[in-house]
Design a protein around this ligand. Structure first.
Ligand code: FMN
Length: 151
């Protein structure tokens, strides 16, 4: 199964989590691709069968700049081929921001819903106030996701 990993990061933490997810998915036998600077065309060329989004939050609940172009393209085009595919989101944030905690991840969830991507497990929220080891903290959640994608 081909799994595309979309990532949005300002300082590199979410990027690290995305890279770790890519290696775990590959080790589990998936064809995982971390589409760090991909365009919509690149993504459609890969023909994903499942989606993982890993994004931090900046500003007041906003997506990092490096994810915005792809996010907008996906939202403008809403590729029909992706309807019904499984997906899941890892949101990074800081609970000290209150209401906007993991707002970037929430925006990805909304896009997945618009795309008809089926969120197969609840968003993982990684809180910078609580942890300095987000990659290892994501491992149990990723193991669960791997189980679900295997069906
Ligand atoms: C300027 C700035 C604004 C932020 N705004 C939010 C926010 O609105 N909500 C949130 O949950 N976290 C917010 N954060 C926290 C980051 O999302 C968090 O530290 C995350 O781990 C950073 O990941 P990154 O290194 O991939 O960018 C903000 C951080 C900075 C520096």
């Amino acid at each position: 199964m081909k799994v595309v990993i979309l990532s949005g990061s300002v300082y590199g933490t979410a990027e690290e989590v995305a890279r770790h997810a890519e290696s775990l998915l590959k080790a589990a036998g998936f064809e995982a691709w971390h589409a760090a600077r991909a365009t919509l065309q690149d993504l459609q060329g890969f023909a994903p069968e499942a989606f993982l989004a890993v994004t931090s939050t900046t500003g007041m609940g906003e997506l990092p700049d490096n994810l915005l172009p792809l996010f907008s393209e996906m939202r403008d085009v809403l590729p029909a081929a992706w309807r019904g595919l499984p997906g899941a989101v890892i949101g990074l944030g800081d609970s000290s921001y209150g209401d906007t905690f993991c707002g970037g991840g929430e925006q990805m969830r909304e896009l997945f819903a618009e795309l008809g991507i089926n969120e197969v497990q609840p968003m993982l929220r990684l809180d910078a106030s609580e942890t300095v080891t987000p990659e290892t903290d994501a491992e149990p959640w990723l193991a669960e996701l791997i189980g679900k994608l295997r069906g």
